[in-house]
Design a binder for this molecule. Structure first.
Ligand SMILES: [Zn+2]
Length: 193
């Protein structure tokens, strides 16, 4: 496992659950790092119990249904208390899924520009197939009303594509032909952090 990917996977978990404690994150991380999470099918995971974390059963089953996670520990004697919380079995599954997603392949192209006004247009028929993310930093704010930005666009897709795009930078319009090449998902996330 890569340290950088684990850090990003934890960052995403924290963003999704900003009110959870450090110990909640730590317990999820222990479960994940010990390899206790196994995918059973697309919406079901089996999480091995860890006695040092107070688990009473050898395995727990986490299910995803209608966008909500359910854990078999909800059905135990502590179920009523636990139901209102998100247990760390679920948190470990989310970490596992975050990691797997970050570790997966995507096809991407990167554009760097410096402009006051900027716009990138992707043909409408590619919407849904192609995604665009960007990071923007102000590099010159001497003209307060028209600060100059450094913009990084990442255009990516789950398949290798040739994408025609139109880039507008301070009134200068360019037609681009972008070849999306294979990279890993976490690289995309690092580029636009
Ligand atoms: Zn649980």
């Amino acid at each position: 496992m890569s340290r950088e990917l684990i850090d990003l996977a934890i960052e995403r978990l924290r963003e999704d659950f900003p009110n959870k404690s450090k110990s909640w994150i730590r317990r999820a991380l222990i479960r994940f790092m010990k390899g206790t999470v196994k995918e059973f099918n697309e919406n079901t995971w089996v999480v091995k119990g860890l006695t040092e974390l107070g688990d009473r059963y050898p395995t727990y089953v986490v299910r995803l249904r209608d966008g909500r996670y359910y854990c078999s520990c909800f059905e135990s004697s502590w179920g009523l208390r636990r139901k209102s919380e998100i247990c760390t079995h679920i948190a470990a599954v989310i970490l596992y899924r975050n990691y797997k997603r970050l570790d997966s392949d995507v096809y991407a192209s990167v554009i760097n520009i410096e402009c006051v006004d900027y716009y990138l247009e992707i043909p409408s028929e590619l919407r849904g197939k192609v995604k665009v993310v960007k990071s923007v930093r102000v590099v010159d704010s001497s003209d307060r009303l028209n600060p100059r930005h450094r913009v990084t666009y990442v255009v990516y897709s789950s398949e290798p594509l040739e994408v025609r795009a139109r880039l507008t930078c301070d009134g200068d319009v360019r037609e681009l032909s972008l070849r999306l090449v294979r990279t890993r998902r976490y690289i995309v996330e690092l580029l636009v952090r």
